[in-house]
Design a protein around this ligand. Structure first.
Ligand SMILES: C[S@@+](CC[C@H](N)C(=O)[O-])C[C@H]1O[C@@H](n2cnc3c(N)ncnc32)[C@H](O)[C@@H]1O
Length: 287
């Protein structure tokens, strides 16, 4: 049974109703399964993303020639083929558990002349290593996104761009979102892990920064020669990190700005005090 509905959330909702009688639930906490065409059970029914929405997903991800793109549950391969043909990604990989979809995807890659850069694999997306992706696209279901979330956060490199058609990632709020052709799109950048204590020196002054992190949202306290201050603002995008703190200096509060990035176990960047006295620093993890 192939239902090629041209709309996203409504398409999925319609399929949930259509397949309602056939849902199979495996185990007490397992998610529902849907019958596929190639004699396999699916975690998500097949609903293709409309081409205009595909284009917007790849634009949001800023997919380009330096990227390795993965689509999990790749259907007829349209997102992977578009990324290779129109966005010139250097490598594209689609995985789908349904062999009928893989056959269609390979035929579409051939027609588009991109077989040298794209691969379609028939496999279960939950058993598949996609850690080399720099761009990841998803059109799955909320519970499937949530089940993938720890792998996305822990196995993908910080800075990897993720775009999901229709569905969020629970309480990991998106960095950006858009609506196109009545479809919701959500965008995230995988954040580096900056939580913990960081120490550095400027001249003879010792500083210590203690950071807490929930996904890309960072809060913290700075301890410097003039005392302790709560960070005024922070921004974390992949490995790029910045913060502002109000610190006492010469008897008056001034804003300390930091702009830098996490590289391995060090936080390197530039600090200035209200735009003056700029210093390069390398902060190391506090013991
Ligand atoms: C909503 S469709 C999205 C297709 C394509 N990404 C698109 O946006 O046009 C979901 C796809 O996931 C596939 N799928 C479902 N469960 C899967 C699983 N466990 N592993 C891999 N693919 C799966 C289905 O066969 C289907 O093609």
């Amino acid at each position: 049974m192939t239902l090629r509905l041209k709309f996203g959330w409504l398409g999925i909702a319609a399929l949930l109703v259509a397949f309602g009688a056939n849902l199979v639930t495996f185990g007490a906490n397992a998610q529902s399964k849907f019958p596929g065409e190639g004699g396999v059970n699916l975690d998500v029914p097949y609903v293709p993303t409309a081409q205009g929405v595909v284009n917007r997903m790849l634009e949001m991800a800023q997919a380009g020639p330096n990227d390795i793109h993965y689509d999990l549950g790749s259907g007829d391969g349209r997102i992977v083929v578009t990324a290779a043909r129109d966005f010139k990604v250097k490598k594209g990989v689609g995985v789908d558990i349904d062999p009928v979809r893989i056959k269609e995807a390979n035929a579409n890659a051939k027609s588009a002349g991109v077989t040298d850069r794209v691969t379609f694999l028939q496999t279960d997306l939950f058993k598949f290593d996609f850690s080399e992706a720099s761009v990841l696209t998803l059109y799955l279901l909320p519970d499937v996104n949530l089940k993938l979330r720890p792998t996305i956060l822990n196995a993908l490199k910080p800075g990897t761009r993720v775009v999901s058609h229709a569905f969020t990632m629970g309480d990991w709020r998106p960095d950006n979102q858009a609506a196109v052709e009545s479809e919701a799109l959500y965008f995230w950048v995988v954040p580096a892990k900056v939580s913990g204590g960081w120490e550095w020196k400027i001249g003879s002054d010792n500083y210590r920064l203690d950071l807490s992190q929930e996904f890309q949202v960072v809060t913290g306290m700075l301890q410097g020669p003039g005392g302790q201050s709560k960070l005024l603002s922070t921004a974390l995008k992949g490995e790029d990190f910045r913060f502002d703190a109000s610190v006492p200096r010469g008897g008056a509060p001034v804003v300390m700005h930091f702009v830098g990035k996490l590289s391995g176990n060090t936080l390197t960047g530039a600090i200035d005090f209200a735009g003056t006295q700029r210093s390069q620093i390398t902060a190391t993890q506090a013991k």
